[in-house]
Design a protein around this ligand. Sequence first.
Ligand code: 13P
Ligand code: SF4
Length: 327
Amino acid sequence: MKYNINDIKEKGFLDIEIDENLNIVEEIGRLKKEKNAIILAHYYQEAEIQDIADYIGDSLGLSQEAAKTDADIILFAGVHFMAETAKILSPDKKVILPDLNAGCSLAESCKPKDFKKFVEKHNNHIVISYVNTSAEIKALTDIVCTSTNAVKIIESLPKEQKIIFAPDKNLGNYINGLTGRNMLLWDGACQVHEKFSLEKILQLKKENPEAKIIAHPECENQILIIADFIGSTSALLNYTKSKENNSFIVATESGILHQMRKKSPDKIFIPAPPNDSTCACNDCEYMKLNTMKKLYNCLKYELPEVNVDEKIRERALLPIKRMLELS
Ligand code: 13P
Ligand code: SF4
């Protein structure tokens, strides 16, 4: 079937029905080989997408993988800023994203026009930005970081160095506390990590007193102070693998539970609930826009593609390279 190119403009993805008899997993495998394509998936993707990925990781691991792959096509099963980072690192490769609407509330909270003014106002500061930002913000940044390497990168700077940290205020506050710095924080947050319910988590802990509470540093301070362990997505996964402990209350996006259960099938993983619904899990609506059907059409037609203006790309590459060197 021929695709309708207007779908991309109007819907953000190719809306093409797939023959229900098609073995979609096999077909994706065949297309990957035929096109020399690689599928990079974030831990917050649906379980079935994680299971067909060539590499599953957190934001740092995915950038490192995107920088070193020799595939011709990178299909990013994640959100837009991740695909954009892959394109910045590998401009000669085709980077495709199943749904262009897969944005990020954190990246959205930091608009280039406002950020530029902020940086100009504090021009004696070094700018450290979380990878969850647009290419334009990275182009205004000195060093990019992720939650895995943020502390290491900040500690590599002299104590007296003035720092702007953007866009996640929760991660920034957490690092200020750990390092004794007083970084100037941009007022942004992740809509998923900000909505965990303290009350519901404490209730779960009461019902499961043996369970360790583990949390991502994008969570609010009221959640972090009751956590037994705080870390990036991959740090949380590693902690559950290595810990003698048998049960965990997990305060991050629920997609990571799939890998936790795979790696430690005998342990118990309880998703920490959000405060605004009756649902037990906390999902990122952007991450979950990717589906197997969209992914299949994306790989088959090599659309939608993610591109970055060359001038912005050249400028945005420098702080990403600095991050990779320091990691
Ligand atoms: P990490 O995968 O780097 O832990 O970041 C979490 C996140 O919110 C990604 O969007
Ligand atoms: Fe952005 Fe939060 Fe979703 Fe990650 S989980 S993509 S930070 S909105």
